[in-house]
Design a protein. Structure first.
Length: 188
């Protein structure tokens, strides 16, 4: 691969990106995924989750436990205003939030490293199904009691020595793979 200077790749201006406005986004069809944040301590990670949820047109985010909620300067710093556009709610207890989502018909999927987990590249959402994707605390991960009531556990394969990713990175990887990677968005 050679790296030669080329003028074939002019960066697009913001005005050329054909982005939808906030009202159009709020009224648009969403991908049937909910992000559940189980006791996320970093407001920057929460803000990043909002920004990623906006990028993939996710239904909503459920903030649980110690997770901070908007309005917050720290959340806004990473979210860049997505916290004002993406639907969200707060539930003090993750188990209660998950029970409500299950009652609403969501398939509960924790993103964690467990026995009998499904590797991300082997997970394909079923057409017409709605999924609640649970992402855990930066140190402890998804709480075991939440994993215990999950319908499935999705694991991100990793080859390095740390075997962990920042939660905001995990959210981006999972949403990319199960939406665009599995053609959910390509069919829109």
């Amino acid at each position: 691969m050679s790296f030669t200077k080329s003028s074939r790749f002019r960066k697009l201006l913001n005005s050329e990106l054909n982005r939808v406005g906030p009202e159009e986004f709020k009224n648009s069809e969403k991908i049937p995924f909910v992000i559940v944040l189980d006791n996320i301590r970093s407001q920057h990670n929460i803000g990043s989750a909002f920004r990623t949820a906006d990028a993939f047109a996710i239904e909503k985010i459920v903030l649980c436990g110690i997770s901070a909620v908007p309005p917050s300067a720290e959340i806004r710093k990473a979210a860049l205003g997505a916290e004002e556009i993406v639907k969200w709610e707060y539930e003090p207890d993750t188990l209660t939030a998950v029970a409500k989502l299950r009652d609403e018909g969501y398939i509960i999927a924790s993103v964690e490293q467990t026995e009998n987990s499904i590797m991300l590249y082997d997970s394909t959402p079923k057409a017409g199904e709605r999924y609640a994707l649970i992402f855990g605390n930066e140190v402890k991960g998804v709480a075991q009691e939440v994993v215990d009531i999950s319908d499935l556990v999705i694991e991100i394969p990793q080859m390095g020595t740390k075997h962990s990713l920042n939660v905001s990175v995990s959210i981006g990887i999972v949403l990319w793979e199960i939406s665009i990677g599995n053609r959910v968005l390509r069919q829109r």
